[in-house]
Design a protein around this ligand. Sequence first.
Ligand code: NAG
Ligand code: NAG
Length: 368
Amino acid sequence: MNMNMYMSSLSFIMNNPTFKIFNLSNYINSYNYKYVITAFILWFATILICVLITNDRMRGFMPLLSDPDDLDYLGDFSNITKEDKLLDRVLKKASMEDNTVILTVVNEAWTKPGSALDQFLESFHIGDQTVKLLDHLVIVSLDVESYKRCKSVHQHCAPLSTPGIDFSMQSNFMTDRYVKMMWRRIDFLGTVLQKGYNFIFTDADVLWFRNPLPMFHNEEDIQFSCDHYRGNPHDLKKGDPNGGFNFVKSNIRTIKFFKFWYDSRLKYPGSRTQVVLNNIKLDPYINEIGLRIRFLDTVYFGGFCEMSRDFDKVRTIHTNCCIGLNRKVLDLKAMLEDWKRFRSPTSIKNSNLGSWSVPKNCSMKPIV
Ligand SMILES: *[C@@H]1O[C@H](CO)[C@@H](O)[C@H](O)[C@H]1NC(C)=O
Ligand SMILES: *[C@@H]1O[C@H](CO)[C@@H](O)[C@H](O)[C@H]1NC(C)=O
């Protein structure tokens, strides 16, 4: 079909009143309906191609348009070279203007449909102006299945393999695999700092109800959420840091600190990251490198150890002080419902609505 025909069918569309009314029988009977339909298909195809090429989110669903390295990757999950290249690309795409990314690390058990990742992502959608933060969230997967699942629900996914260890199963608190998984995470976060990215690290069992960024202090290097807030944001002795939610700036001090933290696992064999953190937080080395640590108040960054009671102030809530993924999932869901009730326009903000129904299923009782 030549250009003239194309133009004439276009002008037919513009000029023919039946097109505007879209009366199908007139339309079919008209003498050059073939050209109209062809023009329409061409127009539609052009729009579709433009949308596919420019929309990053669509790329995940369009294998032909996605990065070839990315496709290969599923075939050889622990190719460290490829993994690092992918990570660089994902961090670059996801970072904010000041090189900050939001990071979470997940495995297969946590990313099964209906499991924690779903509630985590939902909180961004129903939170107060948190949905735009999803553009900066990188979901880091410890195994193939969670990587695939990430690719189907989110735009920024990075693989993090550990040769020789399968992290896909649910690892309960304090099991050997759990401890190793937590250390892998510290090692990884150190790498991200070395690459020059600041990060907000969040466990996937933290719900995001409001943007935490305005609550961070610019002059600090590391800001930790805590199990219990003792009133003084700088009291390292009493401070009770929780690794499940923190904001870390990339600089020479934090890079040294994460290396120190990771290396200290050898000094305290079998200990989990948080125990080692509590042991090293008063080490003279921290002062020596000049690291500035601050604790975040549970009024804003709460958890099940110490709840953020005020719905008007809460930013994030962590299902800490809770053993077992199934219990967490039940309470994460209950918390989302509490939040929806609080936010619903018909809710009269009486005292009943202003309190959480959780923890319900969560507890520190071991799972038998
Ligand atoms: C890893 O992937 C790279 C290409 O990105 C390839 O050259 C290399 O041979 C792979 N290594 C292994 C161990 O498969
Ligand atoms: C969770 O808690 C609710 C309320 O206390 C209880 O009815 C339910 O049986 C619990 N579910 C599980 C699986 O423990």
